[in-house]
Design a protein around this ligand. Sequence first.
Ligand code: ZN
Length: 191
Amino acid sequence: MAKPDILEAAERQRYARHLALPSFGPEGQERLKAASVLCIGAGGLGSPAATYLAAAGIGRLGIVDPDVVDLSNIQRQILHGTGDVGSKKVDSARRSLDDINPHVQLELHDTAFSVDNAMELAAGYDLLLDGSDNFPARYLCNDVAVLLNKPNVHGSIFRFEGQVTVFAPHLGGPCYRCMFPDPPEPGAVPD
Ligand SMILES: [Zn+2]
């Protein structure tokens, strides 16, 4: 008996280029649709990451951000536009991402990622995407990933330099704290 179609007709049309891509194909698309990501932050890192995840067809996408859109940030925070200045980032993120791909199940968390909620928030997702802009949140994201045995994709930028690292504690790999055991003194390193 043929298995039921996981992708709707409209999705097969939307993802046609993926479906034709060798070693991705329908199997890759179905796995992406079955997957969930929690994006910490909807700023300079979270914006492009969430945009591409949604466009590519991630099944469920959570975003945690307590902030409001600021005009001086939208030169890089491409989830948000001029008309969104002053709005909650989670609201403008929802508008953008719903338009980019209505097939994605969005879960917007209008709160800071903190010790009070991090474990509970992260538990519901397959992978953590650390787009945080401060060291406490970065270490928290790492520690939660280690405790919950989930992959942690970490990004950071400074001026013209960028870094991206995939930490895989679920595979026994090292974590952010293994590389940088001690958080810098507050104010010693720019966020
Ligand atoms: Zn470690």
